[in-house]
Design a protein around this ligand. Structure first.
Ligand SMILES: [Zn+2]
Length: 416
């Protein structure tokens, strides 16, 4: 039987695993209560103790910080460099489906934080082969992005012998309360494989019948256990030591460092995945088809827990956004060289029949009743100044690391 949490809008079918207790409250909401009960100044001292032990007078870097043009990157670097006084090396995996805002955010952070920065750029033809395979087989066009951004920092830690990696929040803790903050859970290969990648590892992508070989996939291989042990690589999550509140953090970063957002079609949160033209569009639609809910539900549950929206408001927000058409499908099809009809067939093949019913050929309805609000329901306010409208007609795959005047930067993008 599927149980629904009486506080937020998750139910017991959540793919990360969620438990509803005898009072009808889910494990995610229970762990969220810790945000208001833990002594965060004490926890920050604990964090300082850990990071201080990695400070080096001789080494060029004290730690690695994985960054992107969206999410919490600005907040994490600000914390690591300015509040903890570390010398971070910033590393970034180029996810390819970049929005212009994402590229601008990366260029801006390189200037504002004045840190060394290394980016991994896997050649586009391999990424296309992988994307074709993971889309067709698993209904997941975003696999290389998650696989790349979770493994590249570990590869760099091993290669450059920098044992400490500092991540933002732990997704399993934040969404479903998989751990308590006080467990101080750290990065593991197992969690990456089971939850970040939903069990799909490099070996599953490669097989003898297609043209993806082990050399193509080496970029996504986790370093050997012995190398990690020898160097003592560990990855800690700031969310265990700092009261994590993405909405408040985003607004702070907009004000302090001019972090930019992007209006997205399928969720109201303009900052989380503002760097991608795929995540909140095609990828999110597939999440809706496979799991019966989409990213907006994650954002709504987060905001209900912080008491910034009510449960009823949350339902209206979800019903509105979950029905919005994804944008940028044409860009994706052009990039992958498939036609939109073929894509539609692939998408329908990955619909989970417990959430979707085919009423006539290629016409599907959701089994659960869906409200149809007539206009955008009230939601959280974001400063408009950060939401400049760009027109996208291509992925911005590579960006310049300097703030050129707008007209020059436009010209450079054309050249690229
Ligand atoms: Zn809940």
């Amino acid at each position: 039987m599927v149980l629904e949490c009486k506080r937020c809008l998750y139910d017991s079918n959540h793919p990360l695993g969620l438990v509803i207790d005898e009072e009808g409250v889910c494990s995610g909401c229970r762990i969220h209560e810790e945000k208001n009960s833990l002594d965060w100044s004490q926890r920050f001292k604990k964090l300082k103790k850990i990071t201080n032990s990695y400070k080096s007078k001789t080494a060029k870097y004290d730690c690695i910080v994985p960054v992107s043009g969206g999410k919490d990157s600005y907040f994490i670097i600000d914390m690591v460099k300015n509040k903890l006084g570390m010398k971070p090396l910033l590393v970034s995996y180029n996810k390819m489906f970049n929005s212009k805002e994402g590229i601008d955010n990366i260029a801006n952070l390189r200037i504002k934080f004045d840190c060394d920065f290394i980016q991994k750029n896997v050649n586009p033809s391999i990424l296309k082969k992988i994307t074709r395979k993971t889309l067709y087989k698993y209904g997941n066009p975003y696999w290389h992005c998650i696989a790349g951004e979770t493994v590249f920092p570990v590869q760099m830690a091993v290669q450059l012998k920098i044992p400490l990696i500092i991540w933002g929040a732990h997704q399993g803790l934040e969404q479903v309360g998989m751990f308590s903050h006080t467990d101080e859970v750290e990065m593991t290969r197992r969690y990456r494989q089971d939850h970040d990648l939903f069990g799909i590892e490099v070996n599953d992508i490669s097989d003898t019948y297609d043209d993806l070989d082990e050399h193509d996939l080496m970029n996504f291989l986790y370093p050997p256990f012995t190398d990690i042990e020898d160097i003592g690589v560990r990855g800690i999550y700031l969310g265990n030591y700092v009261r994590w509140d993405p909405y408040a953090q985003h607004l702070q970063m907009v004000k302090k460092f001019n972090f930019k957002g992007k209006k997205l079609s399928r969720t109201f949160d303009c900052y989380d995945y503002c760097d991608s033209l795929l995540y909140s569009d095609l990828h999110d639609l597939l999440k809706y088809f496979k799991h019966g809910y989409s990213k907006v539900t994650d954002h709504v549950c987060r905001e209900i827990r912080f008491h910034r929206i009510s449960r009823d408001q949350g339902k209206k927000i979800i019903d509105f956004y979950a029905q919005q058409q994804p944008r940028n499908i044409d860009i994706f099809c052009k990039w992958l060289d498939i036609n939109e009809k073929a894509l539609q067939l692939i998408l329908n093949n990955h619909r989970n029949k417990s959430y979707w019913k085919e009423v006539t050929q290629n016409k599907w309805i959701k089994r659960k009743r869906v409200l149809v609000p007539t206009k955008t329901p009230p939601s959280l306010k974001y400063p408009n100044v950060a939401l400049k409208a760009h027109s996208d007609n291509n992925y911005t795959t590579v960006g310049k690391g300097v703030n050129w005047p707008k007209d020059v930067s436009k010209q450079i993008r054309k050249w690229l």
